[in-house]
Design a protein around this ligand. Structure first.
Ligand code: PXP
Length: 249
C-alpha cells in the first residue's frame, strides 16, 4: 500500500484545440480547468506552444489569475517562454522539447546534450521561485543529469509504455514499465521529486500510479477524449479513482 496521495494534474490543452478549430472563445479552457478542480484535480497543466496551436497567452494569464490550485506551465526552454514564465509566475514550469512539426511532445528533453542551453534558464526560473521540472526519458543516466542541472523535479515520459499498452504488447509494456520504475527509484534516491505523464488513459494509468515514488501524474488527451462521452467531471473522477485504487492495492 502506497499511503501518500498522488496528485493529478489535468492538462487542458485540448479544450483549447477544440476552441481553436472554429476560432472564437468556446469551449473555454479556464472553465474546463475550474470544473476539473471541482472534480478532484490537484493542479492544472497547460502548454503554451511557440506556435500557439492550442493554449494562448491570454489563457495562461486567466488561469494564473483564477486558479486556486497550482498551475504547471509547460514550455519550451526558449527566451520567449522564460520571459512569459517570469512575468506570469506559475507555481511550476515543466520544460519540454518542442518542434513545430510534431503533433505533441514526442520524446523527452535532451538534458545531456542541452545542458549549456538549459542551465541558465533553469536558474532564472528557480530564482524567481518557480519550481522547475524536466520532461525526460525514464533512464537512470538522465536522472543523474537532471540532478546535476539542479532541477528539483523530473517528469518521466510515459509515451512508450502507453504505446505498448495500447498495442496490447504485454512483453513490451512490462519492459517499459520496468524502465519507468528503475528511473523513478533512481531519481528518488538522488532526491528528485518524480512526476510522470504522456499518453496515460484510465486503462493504462494503474501500474504507473502504483509506483510509490511517483508523486504526480499529468494527464490531458485521454481525459478530454473521455469527456466527450461522459463529461469532464466524471472523466476526472474516474481517473482519480483509478489512481487511488492502484495506490491502495
Ligand atoms: N506531460 C507533459 C510534459 C506533456 O508534454 C504532455 C502532453 O502535453 C502531458 C504530460 C500530457 O499528455 P497527454 O495529453 O497524452 O495525457
Amino acid at each position: 500500500m502506497t499511503s501518500e496521495k498522488q496528485r493529478l494534474g489535468v492538462n487542458i490543452d485540448h479544450v483549447a484545440t477544440v476552441r481553436n478549430a472554429r476560432g472564437g472563445d468556446y469551449p473555454d479552457p479556464l472553465r474546463a480547468a475550474l470544473l476539473a478542480v471541482e472534480a478532484g484535480a490537484d493542479g492544472i497543466t497547460a502548454h503554451l506552444r511557440e506556435d500557439r496551436r492550442h493554449i494562448r497567452d491570454a489563457d495562461i494569464a486567466a488561469l494564473r489569475r483564477r486558479l486556486s490550485v497550482p498551475l504547471n506551465f509547460e514550455m519550451a526552454a526558449t527566451d520567449e517562454m522564460v520571459g512569459i514564465a517570469l512575468d506570469t509566475r506559475p507555481h511550476a514550469a515543466c520544460l519540454v522539447p518542442e518542434k513545430r512539426e510534431e503533433r505533441t511532445t514526442e520524446g523527452g528533453l535532451d538534458i545531456i546534450g542541452g545542458r549549456d542551453h538549459l542551465t541558465p534558464r533553469i536558474r532564472a526560473l528557480s530564482e524567481a521561485g518557480i519550481r522547475v521540472s524536466l520532461f525526460v526519458e525514464p533512464e537512470p543516466a538522465v536522472m543523474e543529469a537532471a540532478r546535476a542541472l539542479g532541477a528539483p523535479v523530473v517528469e518521466l515520459h510515459t509515451g512508450s509504455y502507453c504505446e505498448a499498452a495500447l498495442e496490447d504488447d504485454a512483453a513490451r509494456t512490462a519492459q517499459e514499465l520496468a524502465r519507468i520504475r528503475r528511473a523513478a527509484e533512481h531519481g528518488a534516491v538522488l532526491g528528485l521529486e518524480i512526476h510522470a505523464g504522456h499518453g496515460l488513459t484510465v486503462g493504462s494509468v494503474g501500474p504507473v500510479a502504483a509506483l510509490p515514488q511517483i508523486r504526480e501524474l499529468n494527464i490531458g488527451h485521454a481525459l478530454i477524449a473521455d469527456a466527450i462521452f461522459k463529461g469532464l467531471a466524471l472523466a476526472v473522477r474516474d481517473m482519480r479513482a483509478a489512481m487511488d485504487r492502484a495506490r491502495s492495492a
